[in-house]
Design a protein around this ligand. Sequence first.
Ligand code: DAH
Length: 346
Amino acid sequence: MDSNEWIKKLGDIAEAFKSFSESNVDITFLEERFVGKRGELTLLLRELGSFKPEEKKLLGAKGNELKNKIVSFCESKKNLFSGFKEYHYDIDITLPSKKYNQSNLHPITITLNRIIDIFQKLGFSIEWGPLVEEDYYNFEALNFSPDHPARDMQDTFYLDLKDDKNKNYLLRTHTSPVQIRSMLKYKPPLRIISPGKVFRSEAIDSTHSFVFNQIEGFYVDKNVSMADLKWTLESFMKDFFGSSAKIRFSPSYFPFVEPGAQAEVSCVFCGGTDKSCRVCHGSGWIEMLGAGVMHPNVLKNCGYDPNEFSGFAFGAGIERFAMLLLGIDDLRVLYENDLRVLRQIF
Ligand code: DAH
């Protein structure tokens, strides 16, 4: 072996030691492998016998440097654990371990995390809005004028609270006000999702609750169209429900979009073949969300020129996704927090 080969071998050993030392490897093993009697480094150092004195000196210094490093690493690790030795006999390692009351993420959080992951892959970022919202952001800036009948679509908890500017407050009825807040805060292009709780004055039954979760999504830039909306939602649904999921739009009305649409996803359970399907009743389609192209008034209310910018928006209930994902047919299961149920869901 010449000195170049020797140096290369030393380099390989240093590399191997580095990766072992970073893993949780047994120290005795490490010591034997590198600096033990027949250790890799020991044998390599032994080869030095056949080199010329000046080479031997140079290579020997490098080799010993690594050896010292390995030895002191092993010693320091051994010292770290040596304190345990005297207690060693007091521990009965055959005893069964304590049963911890282990928790896990709530099904709604699990569902939301999945939704967020997918939209992040599509380039959306997250914004959060306040739960106590101004009437202006919840309704007015979204093109619901004060006496507009569309306000009745959302049974609202108004708050008996006025500030010095005489603003009206309410518990937000949807996540759409985050569209306004974000457009005022940032400049386009904007690609944002905004999840969170919303409130409506409703009685609770298997599909309704006075508090539930929504996710809003919107994209504002030049030349954003219904086609972008459709592509985005379809990509999302395929990722969430599987690649065979399809979506279809039908016209719908929301004051802040024009055109407005309702999006349905193809039934992931029966594909429309089973009349007794509990989810789609054989229709093959499941109502999932509201969406549309941003109304020019909404853009104007945020100081954007509707001739220059356009956008799409959508809003969906997270519970609906959770119920489909987990095969739950009563929303209340998600709120009762019965541990026997929650522990079944991971
Ligand atoms: N905010 C609406 C609701 O809660 C849902 C919605 C519909 C959101 C259409 C949107 C949209 O962004 O474009 O009923």
